[in-house]
Design a protein around this ligand. Structure first.
Ligand code: FEO
Length: 408
């Protein structure tokens, strides 16, 4: 990939993770890849805003892009580290061995992490204060602490003259960005839909648990006149940055509920008894004109289930009892939803049991502090009868009616 000009002497330096088997953060599948963006300001003083991950030859690729601008690692005077997670700062250790002059601008909370992750001594760091400005030749940078978007030490950098926000993880998405379309105005409608889906899944996987911090950050930055958003993952927004700001605001507000009038249905089955009710449940939901997203556990990855659940106001779990408890793969799904603070949902459960129940009691105990409103459940022994089918339909009808009221 080649460097890309944003405006004046500000450039995007980027790499793509394209290995479809790679797990982002060691957990999340990214079959459509992800871009990792750094930004360079070339001038009287050369500024590098965020770095890259130290994998797959990425430092060499970024160095090559810098060489295209007649710059070497040693020529960087100021390194802005918005965030210490290794997808952006992993190169720091090797970078600072070559570049011994550059000062690192970061938050106070990032300073110990420089040493822990990068073995970079604290005396290389300049701990910013919130709102502090830095004149760099023709450019002026302003730093804003935005804790927990994504880690506690995270900040954003704003170029005040051209009104560019270097937002790091905020406003980012999965999905590799191709050289022919790095800006929002270069994307087809289809590509916009692709990046919207990828942004939601990225948000649900990476940022969702910190939605309170996202809302605080959005309020804090609401007074800034932002013409261009340069995130560290995904496309650059220059035509209409309000689009991605609105998406992120909506995603964050899902945490307060209600989310969209949609249902995410996650199901498991051992010998087919629970599965045999699946189509009936889906048809009943559709009769109410409520979109339903169906996932199987095990089978569908939790990264996708999280995105569906985050966006849906309603959650339905279909799972059998397994040794007096929730079926173990579903237990994992529920745990992950709770870790990511999926909350303020209307919930229903159905499923079969063999010799005795237990899953419902275990389920209720697991979700006790979830903020989920369990509207009902239906269980049956063994294979369902005609009466079981009718009873379940009645309960799903009632659930859908409540969900419609909840989302009005
Ligand atoms: Fe893209 Fe939290 O790092």
């Amino acid at each position: 990939m080649k460097f890309q000009k944003i405006v004046d002497d500000i450039y995007r330096l980027a790499v793509n993770i394209e290995d479809e088997n790679y797990l982002f953060e060691g957990i999340w599948p990214i079959p459509h890849g992800i871009s990792i963006n750094a930004y360079l300001i070339k001038g009287e003083k050369n500024v590098l805003i965020d770095l890259t991950q130290d994998i797959m030859g990425f430092p060499k690729a970024i160095t090559g892009q810098m060489e295209g601008l007649s710059l070497a690692v040693e020529d960087i005077d100021i390194i802005v580290v918005n965030h210490m997670e290794p997808d952006h700062a992993g190169w720091l250790r090797e970078f600072c061995k070559k570049n011994t002059k550059g000062l690192i601008y970061c938050t106070k909370k990032a300073v110990p992490l420089l040493e822990a992750f990068g073995r970079v001594p604290a005396d290389r760091a300049v701990a910013i204060t919130d709102g502090m400005t830095l004149e760099v030749g023709e450019y002026e940078l302003q730093f804003f602490e935005t804790p927990n978007i994504h880690w506690p030490e995270t900040m954003m950098t704003y170029e005040t003259k051209r009104k560019i926000l270097f937002a790091c993880d905020a406003f980012g998405s999965y999905g590799k960005v191709t050289e022919d379309a790095i800006f929002d105005d270069q994307l087809s409608e289809e590509k916009h839909a692709f990046f919207e889906n990828e942004a939601l899944r990225y948000y649900a996987n990476i940022v969702a648990a910190f939605s309170g911090a996202v809302l605080k950050g959005l309020t804090k930055l609401s007074g800034l006149d932002v013409k261009i958003i340069c995130p560290s993952h995904g496309i650059i927004w220059r035509e209409n940055p309000g689009v991605i700001i609105d998406h992120y605001k909506r995603y964050a507000e899902y945490s307060k509920g209600p989310a969209e009038r949609e249902i995410t249905l996650v199901w498991s089955s051992m010998y087919g008894s629970t599965k045999s009710m699946l189509n009936l449940v889906v048809e009943t939901i559709r009769k109410h004109k409520i979109p339903v997203h169906v996932y199987q556990a095990p089978g569908d990855d939790i990264g996708y289930i999280l995105a569906g659940a985050w966006k849906s106001a309603g959650l339905i779990f279909g799972m059998p009892t397994y040794e007096y408890k929730v079926f173990p793969p579903m237990s994992h799904v529920i745990d992950e939803l709770l870790v990511k603070k999926v909350t303020n949902k209307k919930v229903f459960r159905f499923g079969s049991y063999g010799w005795v129940g237990g899953a419902q009691r275990d389920f209720e105990s697991k979700i006790e502090k979830s903020g989920w409103d369990l509207l009902g459940f239906y269980e049956w022994q063994g294979a369902p009868t005609r009466e079981d089918e009718q009873a379940l339909v009645q309960k799903i009808d009632a659930f859908c009616e409540e969900l419609i009221k909840f989302t009005e």
